[in-house]
Design a protein. Structure first.
Length: 117
């Protein structure tokens, strides 16, 4: 699938600046550390950029801050998730505070989704 050059530039730019929650989760997912699965960060898929993606398992992980509670973001997230599902990706979402206060639980959900897919 060919990626729009603007989206690719945005993804590359976002890879250079991790927020604290992405950095914390990335420490567990990078370099095939998580059960041998290869994850990538800030991956363009169609017209969207996803936070983390394991292509082999077709699993997308999205981290959401408080702004995702706003109606505008909820609508965008729903459209993005619908598109990804049509492209045969499974999407799991976590709130940033889950990374801070329940990282083991987050990793368990990721593990189960990798196994179930």
């Amino acid at each position: 699938m060919k990626v729009n050059s603007n989206i690719l530039r945005n993804a590359i730019s976002q890879r250079k600046t991790k927020n604290p929650w992405e950095a914390k989760l990335w420490q567990h997912l990078r370099a095939k550390r998580f059960l041998g699965h290869k994850f990538k960060r800030q991956v363009p898929i169609g017209k969207y950029i996803v936070d983390f993606c394991c292509h082999n398992s077709r699993l997308v992980i999205e981290l959401d801050g408080g702004q995702h509670n706003e109606d505008e973001h909820k609508d965008k997230d729903q459209r993005k998730e619908s598109y990804l599902k049509k492209e045969n990706f499974k999407v799991v979402r976590f709130w940033n505070n889950e990374i801070d206060y329940n990282l083991d639980g987050v990793l368990e959900v990721v593990r189960r989704n990798l196994e179930d897919w």
